[in-house]
Ligand binder design. Sequence first.
Ligand code: CP
Length: 304
Amino acid sequence: MRHLIDPMDLSVEELDEILALAQDIIKDKDKYAETCKRKKIATLFYEPSTRTRLSFESAMIELGGSVIGFSEASSSSVSKGESIEDTVRVVGCFADIIAMRHPNEGAPLLASMYSPVPIINAGDGGHNHPTQTLTDLLTILREKGRLSDMTIGFCGDLKFGRTVHSLVKAMSRYSGIKFVFISPKELKIPEYLLSEVVEPAGIPYEEVTSLEDAMPDLDMLYMTRVQRERFFNEADYVRLKDTYILDDKKLIPAKKDMVILHPLPRVNEISVTVDKDPRAAYFRQVLNGKYVRMALILKLLELM
Ligand code: CP
């Protein structure tokens, strides 16, 4: 039985297979409409979500399966003190696969040690978000036609941004990649990612504070939200939240084929006027998330 806890749980070959399957699903949705008939996914969300939970649920429904679960722990027996271990043992009696989001780093990994069915990490604290990474990879592939040979700028909260951490790990396995980490000094990329992932892979990188200076070199700009829920101190959040606001003026020196991604939700960090720019791919990215989760469910259930 396979789980997906960390983006590195999948080899490059397995990633390629999932991305190829997602692209086939996009081409011929009817072919897959009954592949998960009588299968159930349980979405166990201990932390708020719009895209991830609903895309897992619509993915399973479009595969012909059905959905159970909870969108807040307070409506489950977690509120009576039930442990993660017991919760997944119980839910595994009802569902064929579980997608779990939890504020505690490592909670989905713990769940995978006790679950009788595959566990998908749908985001654990500031740690990892591997299905957002699959979403991002499919979007990069569809927008740029490749996953190699590009300069990628990550901008915003690089300290707590689990989508950034997961995508850095995944992109470090492709050739010709360069990273530009754009953040205030308080929200820099964690040192362990540089020393354990980026540097051993021989990837050139820069850490800078100016989005404007970095812009002309970028093939892809990955904007992120400064996450209020990860701060201990409201004053620090207020001071840092609007450090970067991408607007039409800042995009003037950008490459004409640069792609703008954002895992969403957005707060202020991308002006709504940018939405009309053809380089703004973040709503196309959301839709790709459903297709790639359809592919992942089929692979983990060993139906493809
Ligand atoms: N990108 C993402 O994880 O969005 P949600 O928090 O809405 O699921």
